[in-house]
Write a protein that binds this ligand. Structure first.
Ligand SMILES: *[C@@H]1O[C@H](CO)[C@@H](O)[C@H](O)[C@H]1NC(C)=O
Ligand SMILES: *[C@@H]1O[C@H](CO)[C@@H](O)[C@H](O)[C@H]1NC(C)=O
Ligand SMILES: *[C@@H]1O[C@H](CO)[C@@H](O)[C@H](O)[C@H]1NC(C)=O
Length: 507
């Protein structure tokens, strides 16, 4: 409890920092009005390239942190001078609000990862640091002008060398995600893709689609939400979906490895100067998840469509039917649904972030009425490639003759599952020799794997039931060979995968 509230306190400090100046809302209203006028007459203002304040730094893989060459709108020779490759994709990276007025350390990391995945690409970093260094609300209002700058740059570049629109991918972090959205709205044609990395929440949660990132801003908009804690108007990251696909890793609120224990460790090792970095841990995780998807292709994370975080945590949403699951990050399948699609996933606390998701379903029989809440359970999974033992899980409710479904993850690939053990821990150290512990009878256990989509039934290792008693031995289950090899079951499974055709095809 103490740890959690301290972590909250630090977040609130950061938040207070962001919001300082909110009472005296300093929206540059004259600029906003100018902006809406400009929207009405796009052709005119798009001509005047001298207005552009943002700079476009063409980065190279050898020196990803250096501004060696700027492409300057209106100066076509700079395209050649920077060795812009007209046959390759272009990534335009847009930073967010800046405390220091300098590029943050993630920028060269993302540049490097983009070049690692796409060596011939053009990676351009937008520099709007002078406007990003203001009071948060002022910088937030500047996203419109910066978005306009980026749109003018893209329009100019496209026209100058007849560059294909479908090779343009904008990537924006925090306020930069909204800059990308506004840019996408103002380009002459839609760009191929915008990736929003934890788009900023304050000033944007209730704003209209024209002022924020939205699905209309590119052919495909994908968003990662990693720091959406608190009430919507106070959340650092925007809570509502703003893309075609909106992924909420670990529920989107708070990321593993970003808790105070790790934070204190980092303060101790890196010094207090990095305090703001530490507090932004969850916010920045969105970028690192994207970097992960670029460089760890063989450890591709999957996310699953789900109506709520709670259903996901019950393991109810591990289906891949009808595009219900998707790859996270760079390799996403560009599924465009009419409504924004919320997706969930769990991650490790460090790169590579991929975990393996399992739904476990158990029915607890008993002759007597037993009822518990918040029980500590340990689950061990044994597969053909390895095992993961004693995965802790707190069972919210454990009642006689009820079925429980929950989500379990492993950080390694243990392969096809062969055996499962369940252990019901005692939450108290006191035990009496004459005490007869409560015991459930379990006949079978069903496990569905999100990553392989396989469904396996496990039966008691010996006899009809395995017994799970509080503080007792582990209940052991083995893969039910009979059920697996049965042709009828396989066919039934296939039919079920086909959804609605199920009823027609069974006699
Ligand atoms: C838009 O710009 C064009 C070209 O400069 C001009 O002729 C026209 O009057 C402008 N329209 C508005 C509504 O300002
Ligand atoms: C639970 O269900 C079993 C089998 O249906 C039944 O025999 C048993 O009495 C039930 N237990 C309770 C407490 O109702
Ligand atoms: C499932 O649907 C597909 C396409 O609708 C069809 O080709 C296939 O035969 C179906 N499978 C079964 C087992 O009915």
């Amino acid at each position: 409890m103490g740890r959690v509230s301290s972590a909250c306190f630090i977040s609130w400090m950061y938040f207070a920092y962001i919001c300082s100046g909110f009472e005296t809302t300093v929206e540059p209203t004259s600029e906003s009005t100018a902006f809406s006028n400009l929207m009405e007459n796009a052709t005119e203002w798009m001509m005047d390239l001298t207005d552009i304040e943002s700079k476009f730094s063409f980065r190279i893989s050898e020196e990803p942190e250096e501004d060696l060459c700027y492409i300057v709108p209106g100066q076509p020779q700079t395209i050649k001078e920077c060795n812009f490759n007209p046959d390759s994709k272009t990534f335009i990276v847009i930073h967010g609000w800046s405390v220091t007025g300098m590029f943050e350390s993630w920028v060269p990391k993302l540049v490097t990862a983009l070049y690692e995945r796409e060596p011939t690409a053009n990676v351009i970093v937008v520099d709007w640091l002078s406007r990003a260094q203001q009071h948060y609300p002022t910088s937030a209002a500047y996203t419109k002008l910066v978005g306009k700058d980026v749109a003018m740059f893209v329009n100019w570049l496209q026209a100058e060398i007849d560059y294909p629109w479908d090779k343009l991918h904008l990537l924006g972090f925090s306020l930069g995600a909204h800059v990308a959205g506004i840019a996408g709205l103002l380009t002459k044609h839609k760009v191929n893709r915008i990736t929003g990395m934890d788009p900023a929440g304050p000033s944007f949660e209730y704003a209209d689609a024209q002022s924020t990132l939205s699905p209309d801003d590119a052919l495909f908009v994908d968003v990662l939400h990693t720091n959406t804690r608190g009430s919507p108007d106070r959340s650092i990251g925007i809570q509502r979906p703003v893309g075609h696909i909106d992924i909420y890793p670990n529920g989107g609120t708070f990321q593993p490895g970003c808790d105070l224990q790790n934070t204190v460790l980092m303060v101790a090792t890196t010094g207090l100067r990095n305090m703001d970095q530490i507090v932004k841990c969850s916010h920045e995780r969105a970028i690192h998840l994207f970097i992960d998807s670029l460089v760890n292709q063989e450890q591709q994370s999957l996310a699953y469509r789900c109506s709520s975080k709670d259903s996901f945590n019950k393991g109810m949403c591990l289906s891949c039917r009808k595009n219900r699951c998707n790859k996270v990050g760079y390799g996403v399948n560009k599924i465009r649904t009419r409504r924004s699609c919320r997706m969930y996933m769990k991650t490790r606390n460090m790169m590579p972030y991929k975990v393996f998701h399992y739904q476990v379903k158990v029915h607890f029989f008993s002759k007597s009425t037993i009822s518990y809440t918040d029980q500590p359970i340990k689950i061990s999974l044994y597969g053909i490639h390895g095992e993961k033992e004693n995965i802790p899980y707190v069972m919210p409710a454990l009642n006689t003759n009820s079925t429980v479904s929950f989500l379990l993850t492993t950080d390694t690939d243990i392969g096809e599952l062969l055996m499962v053990k369940l252990l019901w821990e005692k939450d108290s150290l006191i035990s009496w020799p004459w005490w007869n512990p409560d015991t459930f009878h379990i006949r079978k256990l069903r496990i569905k794997s999100g990553e392989t989509q396989s469904k396996v039934i496990f039966r008691a290792k010996e006899g009809e039931f395995s017994y799970l008693s509080r503080g007792g031995e582990a209940a052991i289950f083995v893969k039910d060979k009979e059920a697996q090899s049965s042709r009828k079951n396989q066919r039934l499974h296939k039919l079920k995968m086909n959804g609605s055709s199920f009823k027609q095809n069974t006699e």
